[in-house]
Write a protein that binds this ligand. Structure first.
Ligand code: C2E
Ligand code: SIN
Ligand code: SIN
Ligand code: SIN
Ligand code: FE
Length: 383
């Protein structure tokens, strides 16, 4: 048994099941002589109870016993998930073929014939212990593997979470940088930088009104502030002129669209791609009288059509070097009924309807985001 003892931390434990005291004595002597520990049961019922309670490494099972015979006890132990892996060696008085077949059909693992031969007993016990050890090893191994897989899964999950956090940090840093850049261009001709934050909300609101998905709404929320970034390329004497522009000045002024698109061009970022599109198209008009492309209707990107109305609402509400601020009602009237310079046919009818439906929200956005705020509060508020 040296080999088995090496593999086992403790001596193998054998349950001896027999109703006759002298048989028990003999088996006990032989098993303990091999270095095994033993405990005993007098019938099938006791055999089941003790097996379940003490989980032996092997059961030596007599056949003919009162209460419950060895075949029935074997059948029950082999049909239980808890005990089916424990080898059962049937000990039969007769070396009968019939008994063996019955034993096999009930799930017995091996047979031992009475009278007991000590070498045969040692051989059977050793073989069945090996099988049991191998089974236990595989079972442990499977459990260890499962634990390792679970641990690796946790590690991966935490790595993904960290990556996601880092990604969001970078995205935020990037958006903040864009925001500050947009702010720099806006500070020239605007009283505060609040306009570029408000346009996020206006365009987001319009996008929601016409049923665009969250991805689009989020993108336009971040892209919209960059619509006038091209104004950095317009000389101050034009941009800050407190009166109407001359025809020559107006030609220059209109280039803020293409300058903006050039600044934003060629990025992989979906926000910058959308921002480029908005910078270029936010002064196009539905009726084809806008600039720089004089595009008509749906040839104008939807983002530009949304931005156009949002931009006008906000510019009209705000004070500019060349104009005073107007109140909400006056601005809604200009956009929905026209004032000559602005006319309803400039707008995509669907977008104009969305504006009419959400005019109160525009008012609220203008009033809530009147004052300037540090860039760091910007993303946090968007959440
Ligand atoms: P902005 O001041 O940000 O105005 C954006 C848009 O809001 C304008 O695009 C226009 O569609 C609308 N808007 C602004 N003020 C008024 C207004 O008093 N009445 C009406 N009906 N609409 C108004 P637009 O016209 O393409 O102008 C683009 C940019 O050109 C303006 O941006 C502003 O920076 C500049 N700009 C336009 N007109 C003048 C002007 O008379 N003097 C000066 N100094 N700059 C002007
Ligand atoms: C958004 O979609 O984030 C704009 C919502 C709003 O400010 O009304
Ligand atoms: C203006 O009315 O001041 C020029 C704006 C335009 O016609 O696009
Ligand atoms: C603002 O505070 O003006 C707008 C900030 C935001 O909600 O993004
Ligand atoms: Fe503009």
């Amino acid at each position: 048994m040296e080999k088995s003892e090496n593999m086992h931390e403790k001596a193998p434990r054998i349950l001896l099941v027999d109703d006759e005291e002298k048989n028990i004595k003999l088996l006990k002597a032989l098993c303990e002589g091999m270095g095994c520990e033993t405990f005993t049961a007098k019938n099938g019922i006791e055999a089941i109870e003790k097996t379940e309670a003490q989980m032996p490494d092997i059961v030596l099972m007599d056949v003919m016993m009162p209460e419950m015979n060895g075949f029935e006890a074997t059948r029950r132990l082999k049909s239980s998930e808890l005990t089916r892996h424990i080898p059962i060696i049937i000990v039969t008085a007769l070396d009968s073929r019939e008994d063996r077949l019955k034993g096999i059909s009930n799930g017995a693992d091996d047979f031992l014939t009475k009278p007991i031969d000590s070498e045969e007993l040692a051989l059977r016990v050793r073989n069945n212990l090996k099988i049991k050890e191998y089974h236990d090893f595989l079972k442990d191994h499977a459990r260890i593997l499962e634990d390792q897989v679970a641990a690796r899964t946790r590690e991966l999950k935490s790595a993904f979470e960290k990556l996601d956090k880092a990604h969001r940090k970078i995205t935020f840093g990037y958006i903040e940088a864009i925001y500050r850049l947009s702010l720099a261009s806006e500070y020239k001709d605007e009283d505060t930088g609040a306009h570029i934050r408000r346009v996020s909300h206006y365009t987001g609101t319009l996008a929601e009104q016409i049923g665009l998905d969250k991805e689009f709404r989020d993108s336009i929320f971040y892209a919209a502030p960059m619509h006038d970034i091209g104004k950095v390329g317009i000389p101050d004497n034009i941009l800050l002129k407190p009166s109407k522009l001359t025809a020559e000045e107006w030609v220059v002024m209109k280039t803020h669209t293409v300058i903006g698109a050039k600044i934003l061009m060629g990025s992989e970022s979906p926000y910058l791609k959308m921002a480029e599109e908005i910078a270029l198209s936010h002064h196009e008009r539905w009726d084809g009288k806008g600039y720089p492309g004089a595009l008509t209707g749906e040839a104008i990107p939807l983002t530009g059509r949304l931005m156009n109305i949002a931009d006008q609402y906000d510019a009209l509400r705000s004070q500019r070097p060349y104009k005073p601020a107007l109140d909400h009602q006056a601005v809604v009237k200009i956009i929905t009924q026209g004032d000559g310079r602005t006319m309803p046919e400039h707008f995509d009818p669907e977008v104009l309807n969305a504006f009419k439906r959400s005019a109160e929200r525009f008012k609220e956005i203008y009033e809530t985001h009147k004052d300037d705020m540090p860039a760091s509060t910007w993303e946090i508020q968007k959440g």
